[in-house]
Design a protein around this ligand. Structure first.
Ligand code: FES
Ligand code: FES
Length: 132
């Protein structure tokens, strides 16, 4: 029921850990299951040069966050903001329906970290005006 990509990212998650002096840190909880995700971003000249995550979440949360970090690394802040949970699920070749909410955690954690970055920089990022 899980794709090979999901299993790969679950067994060998990429970019696990923390970044000291991160430029943006976001933590979100999933209202549906109570799992927690923390995302760290290092941003230089508007480019996400490094990203790490930590989660107290299920296997699908690990797999979606792992692939989400790969999808935003090297991207501009604006491109990272466009990351959707749908794109994350597609990149994993799908998730079982009851596990799609796990991918929302990854998208929200990226947005929370970008929101934190924008606050620290005193800038307003389009699409995150109402984020909290
Ligand atoms: Fe807790 Fe996913 S519901 S691990
Ligand atoms: Fe809750 Fe996956 S994040 S079950």
């Amino acid at each position: 029921m899980y794709s090979e990509k999901v299993m790969d990212h679950f067994m060998n998650p990429r970019n696990v850990g923390e970044i000291e002096n991160a430029d943006g840190v976001g933590q979100v909880g999933n209202v549906k299951c109570g799992d927690i995700m923390k995302m760290y971003l290092k941003i230089e000249n508007d480019i996400i040069v490094d990203v790490k995550f930590k989660t107290f979440g299920c296997g699908s949360a690990i797999a979606t966050s792992s692939i989400a970090t790969e999808m935003i690394k090297g991207k501009t802040v604006q491109d990272a903001l466009k990351l959707t949970n749908k794109a994350v699920v597609e990149a994993l070749d799908g998730l079982p329906a009851q596990k799609v909410h796990c991918s929302v955690l990854a998208e929200q954690a990226v947005k929370a970290a970008l929101f934190d970055y924008s606050k620290k920089q005193n800038i307003v990022l389009e699409g995150l005006e109402d984020f909290n």
